[in-house]
Design a protein around this ligand. Sequence first.
Ligand SMILES: O=P(O)(O)OC[C@H]1O[C@H](O)[C@H](O)[C@@H](O)[C@@H]1O
Length: 261
Amino acid sequence: MAAATSVVVLDRGNNTTCTVNLHGSTVVSWRVNNQEQLFVSKQAIFDGKRAIRGGIPFVFPQFGPWSYGPQHGFARIVRWNLEKAPERLASGDVEAVFSLMDNDYTRSMWNHPFRLTYRLILREKELHFNIGVYNPSENQTFSFNLLLHTYFKVPDVRRCQITGLYGCTYIDKTRDNAVFREVRDVVVISEFTDRIYHNTPQEHIITNVVSGRKMRIQKYNFPDTDDEYPNMICVESGHVSSPMILLPGTAFEASQILQVM
Ligand SMILES: O=P(O)(O)OC[C@H]1O[C@H](O)[C@H](O)[C@@H](O)[C@@H]1O
């Protein structure tokens, strides 16, 4: 188990909490009225080294296998800083900010200065994620992938439907990365599925998550959606099918809102 000091809890009251492990700034729990919304594998290892299997791992600067470092990059396996401890806003919502900068370890794989900020706001039935990527270099451009690898807890993935994928092309990783076009208005998952959908709209709804409710995903600057199966459902907002290029001295922002409906 990670040391207590590695875990930051945003507590909105009414048994609505969000727990973040500083290892990877991984959201490991989001409870709404005491109902856990996220899946964490029973086999998840909290050794401060490996990626936490479940919750919301932060994928940066690479999505997928990487010749210079670990799969899905380093952000999910390094310790982040708590930039701003959880604080109650006037609205009653609770905000916390996490950050990560380059160091010798990140430079050994990816030789760029960078600064990531990850701002979370816990509302009554929502969790907001605001990500900033900054390139402080004076002359070097870098490119990256970014993805929030969200594992939703579901009673039975075969009963979930996902909206917002109609007409999108996708890469099917279970079929040698062949490219198809989605023809269904709502996608149901009846077998192991691992796909990247391109240019997805800003909103998806997943039906039949915990307590038979719906989950709304709204996203900004995340043009891709990845989904996956066994006894949970991963619907991930990402910028992965083409690299995001960041010029010196500029910043990129992306955000996601999860809402229990
Ligand atoms: O096992 P991990 O490195 O955490 O990756 C978990 C999964 O991430 C993404 O969803 C990929 O599309 C999958 O192919 C991969 O299995």
